[in-house]
Design a protein around this ligand. Structure first.
Ligand SMILES: Cc1cc2nc3c(=O)[nH]c(=O)nc-3n(C[C@H](O)[C@H](O)[C@H](O)COP(=O)(O)OP(=O)(O)OC[C@H]3O[C@@H](n4cnc5c(N)ncnc54)[C@H](O)[C@@H]3O)c2cc1C
Length: 304
């Protein structure tokens, strides 16, 4: 119930405005982001690189309302790719399609993603496409297919909680895709997503094995986006059994299980930390609270 309440609240513009104006909320949010500016994110990326960890940078924001806003977002990421190159950072980039104008005009959004994918390829970087609410999955996968057919260096996120994801993964594999498998962060009806966490975890494990098989055969790039440590251990065992140790990465969010991130990297696992930055953090922050409602106590503590 707490999860569903927090996820519904994440869509309230009024609450977003209230939170953004409160100093205690800004303090609480700092737990999950190094700062609001791109420079904060780049500096954090440089710090993590010292501990042998790569990063993925993403500017917070979604569902832009007009073409000009979407263009600004594209230009922002083109600049990020320049900065990553200039600072020699082991950083990739991740975007949300609704931030690049998917709701405004699909063809324009496709052009923006193409421009970013081309630039990422030119700079030897990598572009990830996030997965948003279930209503966007068809459009996201369609766009991913088109951009992937034009060249490598681009990957998409799949959510294990969706009932459709086993079919989606199977359908994508002939493309030699790059897949970041996550559990799923949105409020979805039971008809679309598995309502029980144990079923989501089981579906994640099954999909992870399928993805590892493809990665071991050189037919996919496998990324596991999770903080579930027992699950990561099982994935490591499965990878070792397939002699696919170096053929996958584990991605985690900045500020969550940082000790485990360092430990895994120290043990030779390829770890990347996804760093979010920007001022539009409310909906994203609510999703982090919903993942672990105990986090609400951090907000309460920030009041004092
Ligand atoms: C790199 C990355 C990219 C992602 N991209 C997307 C995306 O594009 N689309 C999407 O829908 N979702 C995305 N997510 C979010 C994902 O769907 C889950 O909501 C999130 O990762 C929590 O699930 P979990 O796999 O960590 O497992 P869980 O079983 O939820 O958590 C395992 C353990 O991790 C710790 N933990 C998990 N979340 C938190 C938290 N917020 N605060 C503190 N501790 C926590 C807890 O100790 C928990 O017991 C992404 C996640 C990662 C790591």
């Amino acid at each position: 119930m707490a999860r569903s309440f927090l996820l519904r609240a994440s869509r309230s513009p009024w609450l977003a405005e209230q939170f953004r104006r409160r100093a205690f909320a800004r303090r609480a949010v700092r737990r999950f982001m190094p700062g609001e500016s791109l420079l904060d994110a780049l500096d954090a990326s440089a710090e993590l690189a010292k501990a042998s960890m790569g990063t993925v940078l993403t500017q917070l924001g979604e569902q832009v309302r007009n073409a000009a806003e979407a263009e600004d977002v594209r230009d922002h990421y083109l600049n990020v790719l320049d900065q990553v190159r200039d600072r020699f950072l082991p950083a990739q980039v991740s975007v949300k399609l609704t931030h690049l104008g998917l709701d405004v005009d699909r063809d324009t959004c496709l052009r923006h993603v193409r421009a970013l994918a081309e630039k990422a390829r030119k700079e030897g970087c990598f572009l990830w496409i996030d997965m948003e609410e279930s209503g966007y999955v068809d459009a996201t996968l369609d766009l991913y297919r088109r951009v992937r057919q034009e060249g490598p260096g681009v990957g998409v996120c799949l959510q294990a909680y969706l009932r459709r994801t086993p079919q989606d993964l199977t359908a994508l594999l002939p493309l030699s895709p790059a897949i970041r498998l996550v559990k799923g962060a949105y409020n979805e009806p039971g008809t679309v997503a598995l309502p029980r966490k144990t079923d989501v975890d089981a579906q994640y494990s099954t999909l992870a094995v399928q993805l590892l098989d493809a990665a071991a055969a050189g037919r996919a790039t496998a990324v596991f986006g999770t903080h579930d440590l027992p699950l990561i251990e099982r994935i490591r065992e499965q990878a070792a059994a397939r002699k696919a140790d170096g053929r996958y990465e584990v991605h985690m969010l900045y500020g969550i299980r940082s000790d485990a991130q360092r430990r895994l990297a120290g043990q030779g696992v390829k770890v990347r930390v996804l760093i979010s930055y920007g001022s539009h953090w409310f909906a994203w922050y609510m999703r982090r609270l919903a993942e672990r409602p105990a986090n609400v106590w951090f907000v309460v503590r920030s009041l004092f």
